[in-house]
Write a protein that binds this ligand. Structure first.
Ligand code: ADP
Ligand code: MG
Length: 240
């Protein structure tokens, strides 16, 4: 599981996370919603050690992410992260792009890496696009390729940061369908999203972020369906 204990994070004098405490159990889907600049992306970066923290602790299966001596490369293999946009290598095919990390990071043979990549690409519905170059894919297909690439590392956890927000509206659905499939397969996921209806549909719990703190957290029917805090109500009004 992923545990955050009173996590504090600043960029210079700007305190972005002001004491975030949160536990995500194995198999759980947590959606994180909240206004722009509230610290959602920063939290994801801290969880897989892409950013240092100034206070508190983050544990992934008991391993202290920010402790001296923690092997961050090893840890990051277990935590896949997908962003709004991923720049694939344009001169490599979709298949070759997804093979890269299993080859280079996991040290798999070419045959094994190809097998993994084909499996994951087929899984996200890109089985017909293996030999195509990334520039020939739609935005939704590119995001699914990014998801396949993360899955090819066989992670225990997946972090998604607004993976549909750069997409044309008609392409959002296919990516959300992929996320939903992963959730149904039992993947442990933290999902930063503006797709409130989707969050309500797939999440076990929803956390509303406000000014660097988890302002409200609970079942989707509570936080989205019956929010208690004025800030949550205000935010939901602005996005629904
Ligand atoms: P969100 O994802 O909720 O929109 P972020 O976590 O991206 O919010 O950002 C939270 C705050 O931290 C913002 O004020 C943002 O400008 C600031 N911030 C984010 N990354 C950096 C950085 N690398 N350097 C300085 N400030 C940053
Ligand atoms: Mg963000």
């Amino acid at each position: 599981m992923i545990e955050l204990k009173d996590v504090r994070k600043s960029f210079g004098s700007l305190e972005v996370l002001k004491g975030v405490t949160l536990t995500v159990q194995k198999g759980e889907v947590l959606s994180v919603i909240g206004g722009s600049g509230s610290g959602k992306s920063t939290m994801l970066m801290c969880i897989n050690g892409l950013e240092p923290i100034q206070g508190g602790q983050i544990l992934v299966d008991g391993i202290d992410v920010h402790a001296r001596g923690t092997d961050l490369n090893k840890l990051r293999q277990r935590i896949g992260i997908v962003f709004q946009q991923w720049n694939a290598f344009p001169h490599l095919t979709v298949l070759e792009n997804v093979m890269l990390a299993p080859r280079k990071v996991l040290g798999k043979s070419k045959r094994e890496a190809e097998e993994i990549a084909v499996r994951q690409l087929t899984h996200v519905g890109l089985g017909e696009k293996l030999k195509v170059y990334p520039s020939k894919l739609s935005g939704g297909q590119q995001q699914r390729m990014a998801i396949a690439r993360a899955l090819a590392m066989q992670p225990d956890y997946m972090l998604f940061d607004e993976v549909t927000s750069a997409l044309d509206p008609q392409l959002v659905g296919e990516v959300l369908d992929t996320l939903k499939m992963l959730s149904e397969e039992g993947m442990t996921m933290i999902l930063v999203t503006h797709e409130i209806r989707f969050a309500r549909d797939v999440s076990d719990r929803v956390a509303f972020f406000h000014k660097g703190l988890i302002h409200e957290i609970g079942a989707p029917e509570q936080v989205i369906g019956n929010p208690q805090k004025p800030e949550t109500i205000e935010f939901l009004k602005s996005v629904l």
